[in-house]
Design a protein around this ligand. Structure first.
Ligand code: PEP
Ligand code: MG
Length: 888
């Protein structure tokens, strides 16, 4: 026979903290608190397996469940000396949901269950407080009717408001017992009218109704959405906790409250919480009355003149402090507690790991390690790597007042203040005279890159989390709020309209890329704090980490920033990004559009010194750390003149007619450029491009080595190889250039030549490719694109539909598809090592900064991950956690 029900209470429990999957988080922790001998109202937990059975069998219960439920009710009865449904020995219960993962407020709760016209009188005489009894009964009717019978809250609010107006009362607390009785009669009449049946008087019927309602709430829309957002599987189900009621609203010696064992926003090690005298839990949450501070210290700090729990109920306070410390030590983590004091006696209703800000999480982890409560490795594992993003950017001071004029998507973290500009050219102009600006656009396009660079932050009224603005801003580490549909941008008149207010160029706004808010004016900020607790966690992470963390960077600014974030080299320098600035694009276009090798070489000769100085700067910034430079990769059409004006300019530079150039441009047109003439295919067709780049790299390495007084060993990477012979061909050219530069300079050059593995064929043939390649870097952006056969530039539109329909869990361009693309990475790594043991293996696709993908890289045993600069700390932490988890 299956066991569906687990009891707890009176210093013992059938379940344990470890039974979370079966009993849900709340049930497991209630059981654990009982086993620790803490004062917990006795009760029982109906398992998550029951929830699954209930759904699998057309919302029914198995026969033996009823027997087990009766036995469990008897258990509560024995522990309390009462009996469910017996007015002479009144026992009331609460019925609450409790899933494996906390889903705050998503599912249903019923309190005061067991009250009816008869038992309410028993409660009145038991408590000696008729007002309290009738207030509890009307609360129960309201809650039950809403949760179980499906009636709107408003129905009851209306009746209550009418009654108060009639009786001349302002507050609920002004109503007398008799007046509440009148309200209850009106409530019951209304239920009869709406549902054509009376409010259930039988406590057992009430209990069955409440259990069914809690199970049903697992499938309500709120819960479904919450699960989708938090990746909680439907198959987990929820447990139901039934517990003897204790009352925080039995007069002035009763209270109810919530507390954290440490401050959840700062992490400070002091009890932090609030309570209300003569109230039930829902009153604290409802926010109608202002709660009081628990400790004297907090009361003084808040400047409150209302007494603390410490002063008001010193006895209960002392036991609460003692219990909260015990629980924190027991769980070895900051706890979020709920309690009730009934006529001076403390009862614990809940304990769980407390939610906290990223800043608090760091402080708590570091403090607990220093206190000896957890190890340094545990401290490292306590931090969510993704949350570090918040700490690397300025954030709005939580104490600051916010004048919100619009809310959009939190597209790229951090907050920024500046003057409004509506075009990228304006942004650049203002920046050049030292002004700080926010670029406001309907949406951005590649032509806005310079404006985005110049701005402090970007605001768009259209576009989602993967819009151009969002993706580029994240890459740049700039705050961005996208898709603020309520704002109107009028580019022509240069206005931004929000909530009936009109803003113009030069007006100051603030954007909060963490919350998606747009605020009027400047708002005080907190600067990122990379020392202190952050530095401590990073140091401990580095000690635990096996994989190296490099960065994808090509500009000196990005390389410097990544270096300051702890990057241990450059894993991918995309040289094509270096060809867009100023004159370079003109020389680049001349090179691409040249008809003959001779003309191409003439254009390349102009690019050589620019490339050389770029590489020299990168080598110097990285000061001896490895730098991987990739040869030109993208389809050439990306560089082609887009407008007639540009075409004329290039034609003049090359001394050819515009017509001839137009013909050449058309000849270069490709239907599928991403699968076209790109990557090493360019180097095979135009080896002089690869030769120029190799020369720039070697000459820069020689110069950097000379300046630093030690050898610089560049890593030259050939993109999009599918055939070993492609790599052989390009490597021969690189080697020939190396030899020339050595002969010319008389300096011996050491270097590595390797390839990206970004085509399925390359992974499958990696053992052959490794005969030539001295390193592999997995380009999982292209590898995902080519494995799935979906375009990385166009997939966002339908991948979201796939996600909503449950066909995929995650965008495979964000988090590595471990089963498919990952299998190719594993195969490539194994085959590479089989030919060349010790071959250097890394990853440089976007996945190199994604914690789940990093964990996979650790499993496969890659030597390093490479990611965008702002992801470097995240990758350091994620790599450390992966190593610790693998070892443990
Ligand atoms: C890749 O394909 O994963 C890669 C890093 O190269 P790119 O994104 O430049 O194509
Ligand atoms: Mg690629």
């Amino acid at each position: 026979m299956s066991k569906w029900v687990y009891t707890f209470g009176d210093g013992a429990a059938e379940g344990r903290a470890g039974d979370r999957n079966l009993l849900g988080g709340k049930g497991a922790n209630l059981a654990e608190m009982c086993s620790l001998g803490l004062p917990v109202p006795p009760g029982f937990t109906i398992t998550t397996e029951m929830c699954n059975w209930y759904y699998a069998n057309g919302r029914r219960y198995p026969q033996e469940f009823e027997t087990q439920l009766d036995a469990a009710l008897d258990h509560i009865g024995k522990a309390t000396g009462r009996r469910f449904g017996d007015p002479a020995k009144l026992l009331l219960v609460s019925v609450r949901s409790g899933a494996r993962a906390s889903m705050p407020g998503m599912m249903d709760t019923v309190l005061n269950l067991g009250l009816n016209d008869e038992t309410v009188e028993a409660l009145a005489s038991d408590s000696g407080d008729a007002r309290f009894a009738y207030d509890s009964y009307r609360r129960f009717i309201q809650m039950y009717s809403n949760v179980v019978l499906g009636l709107d809250h408003e129905v009851f609010e209306e009746i209550l408001e009418d009654a108060k107006a009639r009786l001349g009362h302002e507050l609920d607390t002004d109503l007398s017992a008799v007046e509440w009785q009148e309200v209850i009669d009106l409530y019951k009449a209304r239920i009869q009218e709406e549902l054509e049946k009376p409010f259930p008087q039988d406590p057992r019927e009430q209990l069955w109704g409440a259990i069914g309602a809690v199970f049903s709430s697992w499938m309500n829309q709120r819960a479904i959405t919450y699960r989708r957002l938090h990746d909680i599987p439907e198959s987990w189900g929820t447990a139901v906790n039934v517990q003897a009621m204790v009352f925080g609203n039995m007069g002035d010696t009763s209270a109810t409250g919530v507390a954290f064992t440490r401050n959840p926003s700062t992490g400070e090690n002091s009890l932090y919480g609030e309570f209300l005298v003569n109230a039930q839990g829902e009153d604290v949450v409802a926010g109608i009355r202002t709660p009081q501070n628990i400790t004297e210290a907090a009361r003084i700090a808040a400047g409150s003149d209302r007494p603390s729990l410490e002063k008001l109920m010193p006895e209960a306070f002392r036991s609460f402090v003692e219990i909260s410390q015990r629980l924190e030590n027991h769980y070895r983590d900051m706890q979020d507690l709920e309690f009730t004091i009934e006529r001076g006696k403390l009862w614990m209703l809940q304990t769980r790991s407390g939610k906290r800000t990223a800043r608090a999480a760091l402080k708590i982890a570091v403090d607990m390690a220093n206190e000896g409560l957890i190890t340094r490795e545990e401290a490292v594992c306590r931090i969510d790597p993704a949350s570090l993003d918040q700490l690397l950017h300025p954030t709005i001071d939580p104490k600051a007042a916010r004048d919100v004029i619009g809310v959009g998507l939190p597209a790229s973290p951090g907050a920024a203040t500046g003057e409004i500009v509506f075009s990228s050219d304006e942004a650049e102009e203002m920046k050049s005279v030292g002004r700080k600006v926010i670029l406001v656009r309907v949406e951005t396009s590649p032509e806005d890159i310079h404006g985005m660079h110049a701005a402090q932050g970007i605001l768009t009224t259209r576009g989602g989390m993967t819009s151009h603005a969002a993706v580029v801003a994240r890459g740049m580490g700039k705050p961005c709020v996208s898709g603020v549909g309520s704002l109107r941008v009028d580019h022509r008149n240069g206005t931004l309209t929000a909530l009936g207010q009109t803003f113009r160029k030069g007006d100051i706004i603030t954007i909060d890329g963490g919350s998606g808010q747009v605020l009027k004016g400047a708002v005080p900020m907190l600067q990122p704090e990379l020392s202190g607790d952050f530095a401590a966690i990073m140091e401990w992470a580095d000690a635990a980490r096996r994989m190296k963390v490099r960065t994808n960077a090509e500009t000196p600014a990005d390389a410097r920033m990544a270096h300051s974030f702890g990057a241990e080299g450059i894993g991918l320098c995309r040289t094509e990004h270096m060809f867009f600035d100023g004159d370079r694009i003109v020389s680049m276009r001349e090179m691409i559009l040249a008809d003959t090798e001779k003309d191409r070489r003439a254009a390349l000769a102009k690019l050589l010194p620019m490339q050389r100085s770029d590489f020299l700067e990168l080598f110097e910034i990285m000061a001896g750390l490895p730098v991987t430079i990739r040869l030109l990769d993208p389809p050439l059409h990306e560089f082609l003149p887009k407008t007639e004006e540009e075409l004329v300019e290039v034609a003049a530079g090359m001394g050819v007619s515009s017509d001839k150039l137009r013909q050449r441009t058309e000849a270069l047109h490709e239907f599928n450029p991403m699968l076209g003439h790109r990557g090493c295919r360019l180097a095979v067709s135009y080896p002089e491009i690869a030769e120029m780049q190799a020369r720039a790299i070697f000459e820069a390495a020689v110069e950097a080595g000379r300046r630093a007084g030690k050898l610089v060993v560049p890593e030259i990477m050939v993109p999009l190889v599918g055939l070993k012979k492609e790599l052989d061909y390009v490597k021969a050219r690189i080697d020939a250039v190396a030899k020339s530069v050595m002969d010319e300079t008389g300096v011996a050059i050491e270097y590595l030549t390797g390839t990206m593995i970004e085509l399925p064929r390359a992974a499958i043939r990696a053992n052959f490719i490794a005969e030539t390649a001295e390193f592999f870097s997995f380009g999982t952006n292209d590898l995902t694109q080519t494995t799935f056969g979906i375009s990385r530039d166009d997939a966002a539109s339908f991948l979201e539909i796939y996600r909503q329909k449950g066909i995929i869990d995650q965008d495979p361009f964000v988090s590595l598809d471990i089963e498919g693309v990952g299998e190719l990475v594993r195969l490539g790594a194994e085959k590479g090592r089989a030919t060349r043991p010790g071959i250097k293996l890394g990853i440089c696709g976007e996945h190199g900064g994604d914690p789940a993908s990093i964990r996979f890289c650790e499993e496969v045993g890659l030597d390093y991950v490479s990611c965008s600069p702002f992801r470097v700390p995240i990758a350091r932490l994620a790599a450390a956690q992966s190593a610790i988890r693998k070892a443990g």
